[in-house]
Design a protein. Structure first.
Length: 441
């Protein structure tokens, strides 16, 4: 059996009708008693009715529906001829020693992912029949959604990487890594990514855009510096033992991270009649991620300066840059729910953080025992790094155009921008300080 464990979407062994899932809620306490009695139909014959909690060996309610219904149940399909995923990689690197213990490395790195796995609805409704008395599907002889584990996605990555390394020169060890990259795909991740499933399972090319993890610029500088004080150091080398225990042996480490913001996706929920995958609710099983329409000539974001009144939240997304596709045209025909906005259309503000560590190792009367003191500060400058914005919200737009069932109208023919959402309401961690003592023996 094909098995990659990218979620339940490619495990045919738990497919209906061989396996089905149902939830049995526990009984809530009543006002008359602290714990309510379990309903009679769930009590095993001859057993005493327990209270509050029901165990599996006591049976299940008679009304629990476990019958497989092809018209409403979402099943899983792994094509028997699914090709294997693979990645083609290439790089060119030039290294140069600038001086003793100092190295410069400049590299071009690229790769191309082929036949990557993703999830989609292989049996989504045909858009041109939405709202009609005969709504059709891709497989006309099967009446419900089919989660397909499809090895049909692809990726492309190119980067310039520059590394400067200085190893213990004057007590300083320094490493600086700079990356200028561009990452594109239509399946960044099948579970944890912002966009684990496409907008339209019949048009995967429309989802080819910047990856969920695309960071055009990233620079990380790390250093370790042994302070030049105390025995065998440049300064105060002749101090007494007790004084050396105080001023000698200190080490400072720091890591500074500066990088582009994180890409984010925007979606909406269309009218139920417009939805092409009514049985699938989870994106890791191929639920369509419907995107809004993008208004031409409008900036997607409006920076960090626009603040919501009395909250301090950032109105980050420019709501006037989007319209939500209408449910119907002027003649009452149901329209396509797929908007023209690209996948991952924007990104958050840049991320900057400096972490600092100060440590010293102390000798003890025992020759094989040392005590190490550490003082660590994460985000030492307490820089505010904004998190992802919330989704946009509002009613679907309206149009005076007539294009017929399953058609699409341009954004310029749609009236009604989103009315809410698009705010950044949280941040990454503020400054965190911690002290530690470690015994080494």
């Amino acid at each position: 059996m094909h098995y990659t464990r990218a979620g339940s979407g490619d495990i045919t062994g738990i497919n209906a009708p061989q396996a089905q899932f149902a939830a049995v809620p526990q009984i809530k306490p009543t006002a008359a008693s602290k714990c309510a009695t379990v309903p009679a139909q769930i009590i095993a014959v001859g057993a005493t009715a327990p209270s509050c909690y029901v165990t599996a060996d006591q049976g299940f309610p008679t009304g629990l529906v476990t019958t497989f219904n092809p018209a409403t149940d979402n099943i899983t399909w792994v094509p028997k001829n699914n090709p294997d995923s693979y990645v083609e990689s290439w790089f060119l690197s030039v290294q140069r020693q600038l001086a003793k213990n100092t190295l410069l490395d400049v590299a071009y790195v690229g790769n191309h992912g082929v036949h990557l796995q993703g999830f989609l609805n292989a049996n989504q409704r045909v858009v041109s029949t939405l709202g009609t008395s005969n709504v059709q599907r891709q497989y006309a002889n099967w009446p419900s959604d089919i989660t397909e584990a499809a090895n049909e996605f692809w990726s492309n990555f190119n980067a310039l990487q520059v590394r400067y390394e200085q190893r213990f020169v004057g007590g300083l060890t320094l490493l600086n890594s700079f990356t200028w990259e561009h990452s594109l795909d239509n399946a960044s991740a099948s579970l944890e990514g912002n966009t684990p499933s496409p907008q339209n399972g019949l048009n995967l090319a429309a989802d080819y855009a910047q990856s969920d993890y695309n960071l055009p610029l990233a620079n990380v500088t790390s250093l370790v510096y042994e302070l030049p004080f105390g025995h065998s150091r440049q300064f105060l080398s002749g101090v007494s033992g007790p004084m050396n225990a105080i001023v000698g042996g200190w080490q400072i480490s720091a890591i500074n991270t500066s990088q582009s913001g994180t890409p984010f996706n925007l979606t909406y929920s269309p009218n139920s009649t417009q939805q092409v995958s009514p049985q699938i609710s989870a994106t890791y099983r191929g639920a369509n991620e419907y995107r809004p329409d993008l208004v031409s000539g409008k900036a997607i974001t409006q920076g960090k300066s626009s603040r919501a009144a009395n909250t301090g939240y950032v109105n980050y997304i420019n709501l006037s840059a989007f319209v939500i596709p209408p449910a119907k045209d002027a003649a009452g025909n149901y329209l396509s729910p797929f908007g023209n906005a690209p996948r991952n259309p924007g990104r958050t503000p840049a991320f900057n953080e400096t972490d600092l560590d100060v440590n010293k190792r102390f000798d003890t009367p025992l020759e094989n025992m040392k005590v190490e003191f550490r003082a660590e500060a994460y985000n030492v400058f307490n820089h505010t790094n904004l998190y992802l914005p919330g989704n946009i919200s509002g009613s679907q737009g309206t149009t005076t155009a007539v294009v017929g069932t399953g058609g699409s109208v341009p954004a310029s023919a749609i009236t009604g921008n989103p009315t809410g959402g698009g705010q950044i309401t949280s941040t990454f961690e503020p400054r965190i300080l911690q002290l530690a003592l470690k015994i080494i023996y």
